[in-house]
Write a protein that binds this ligand. Structure first.
Ligand code: SF4
Length: 271
């Protein structure tokens, strides 16, 4: 085991939630950079995000129709045929058809959540970065909208299952961090952060406030302190939860009888 570990150069909302969910899985993924193979779910998410990005880039308000989205879906589908992550999946013909149909359904569902012709998107895939205490916080906002009254709204597309009501606040943590980044970088706090869950489809939203901004600032600093401590001591504890069922490192997890020192040996060179 390489103690002390080198802390990451920056944190993103997904890294923050990865450490909160399970410090040991965070170590494997973020600190040791062990291979993280793409899955059907992650590649499908990329595909649908790309369709919606093209819809907003290539079509002005008034022309963002379902037909336009279907045309952009075909463009994105053609792009995907060259994508290394998609090729890695090695889908059979029937699985490819199922994948494409599932993506089409998610795009159709998007139109059930909002009318894109009424949206003033001022940015798509917006890279944000700011220093919060000792840490560089970075993230990419799926879409940043400006309302008629000048206020900002952060939009995050989700292609996985929406959380049960009791987990909604936890699921909003990422977009609250985007609100913090907007306030730091743009000097303007968004009035709303919104998750568009395309599968159900459903919307989960929240209003950033002095209290939430302060709280997420403190949480980010506290998580960074905990990561630095864990890197210095090598003590990344496993935290079991329902997520263990999907954890690619379960075979190396002491909570399941595994040996963490074997992860790098078996999984090979860092990605
Ligand atoms: S199996 Fe669970 S506890 Fe173990 S590393 Fe993975 S997420 Fe963490």
């Amino acid at each position: 085991m390489h103690v002390p570990f080198e802390p990451p150069r920056s944190l993103s909302p997904s890294k923050v939630s990865s450490f909160r969910n399970c410090p040991l899985a965070f170590r494997f993924s973020v600190i040791e950079h062990l291979p993280d193979p793409p899955t059907v779910a992650t590649v499908k998410g990329t595909f649908v995000h790309r369709v919606l990005e093209l819809l907003f880039w290539n079509h002005p308000a008034g022309q963002r129709t379902l037909e336009a989205a279907h045309a952009e879906r075909q463009v994105a589908w053609a792009e995907l045929q060259e994508d290394p992550d998609f090729l890695f999946l090695e889908l059979a013909e029937s699985e490819r058809a199922h994948f494409e149909r599932a993506g089409e359904k998610l795009v159709e569902n998007y139109f059930r959540l909002e009318d894109p012709n009424l949206v003033n998107a001022v940015g798509m895939e917006v890279m944000m970065e700011a220093r919060i205490g000792d840490v560089r916080l970075r993230g990419i906002i799926d879409r940043l909208d400006r309302r008629d009254d000048g206020e900002l709204v952060v939009i995050d597309y989700k292609t996985g299952k929406a959380p049960a009501p009791k987990y909604e606040q936890a699921r909003l943590a990422g977009v609250h961090l985007y609100a913090l980044l907007c306030e730091e970088m743009l000097g303007q706090r968004p009035v709303e952060v919104r998750l568009l869950h395309l599968l159900e489809p459903t919307v989960i939203s929240a209003t950033p406030s002095d209290q939430t901004i302060r709280s997420y600032r403190q949480k980010t600093t506290a998580i960074w302190d905990a990561i630095e401590r864990a890197c210095a001591t090598g003590d990344f504890q496993p935290r079991t939860s329902g997520l263990c069922n999907y954890c690619r490192y379960q075979a190396f997890c002491p909570a399941f009888g595994g040996d963490p020192t074997q992860a790098a040996v078996v999984l090979g060179e860092p990605a």
